[in-house]
Design a protein. Structure first.
Length: 196
């Protein structure tokens, strides 16, 4: 049974499932329904998910270690983004990132799962306009959900980028932390600068 994490909570994915080798990270969201057309005529709301691969000092190694819609695969083959969902429409996972833990190079210790709003300033959009946002980790071999972190949109009013969660190595174990840190940024590059 999946563990529902709260902000700041950490769990050992390895202890939850010692056979864990491959993870599917699913991210989902809905655009909040507001009456009266308050948000104007532009209904397109595009959230982009990404993974930043960091070293043991939580520093980004280089731009090739950012996996997103413009760089779908890590050079090691360990991380594969399944592509961009432009609207968040539909049930379940809106974007999926697959991770093969044994293939992750030893110099990568932290995997940060981020989302940002595409063209947020131009469209005047922020995470206060998003609801039912979540990140979940699933064992790809058994299809068992291991952990889930649900976010509250109200808490992120005015924020346009976010670190949802991190998966990291610690003493031969893979762990997950529910992070939930929001930022006022324009692009994914602005998030990356925080870790350089």
């Amino acid at each position: 049974m999946a563990i529902n994490l709260k902000k700041g909570q950490r769990i050992s994915l390895t202890k939850e499932d010692p056979s864990l080798q491959q993870i599917m990270c699913g991210l989902g969201w809905d655009v909040a329904q507001k009456s009266g057309g308050f948000w104007g005529g532009n209904k397109q709301f595009d959230l982009d998910s990404s993974v930043l691969c960091l070293d043991n000092n939580k520093k980004l190694l280089d731009v090739k270690n950012i996996i997103y819609f413009g760089n779908l695969r890590h050079s090691s083959g360990a991380i594969a983004h399944q592509g961009d969902n432009l609207t968040g429409a539909g049930e379940g996972d809106d974007e999926i990132i697959n991770i093969d833990l044994p293939l992750i190079p030893p110099n990568i210790v932290y995997l940060l799962f981020a989302i940002n709003i595409y063209k947020c300033n131009e469209r005047r959009q922020d995470f206060g306009m998003v609801e039912n946002a979540f990140v979940r980790m699933v064992n790809r071999n058994s299809n068992q959900e291991l952990a889930r972190y649900n976010l509250s949109g109200e808490e992120y009013q005015g924020m346009t980028g976010m670190i949802l969660a991190e998966v990291y190595r610690h003493n031969e174990e893979w762990k997950m932390a529910a992070v939930g840190n929001g930022f006022k940024i324009a692009t994914l590059a602005d998030i990356a600068k925080i870790y350089t």
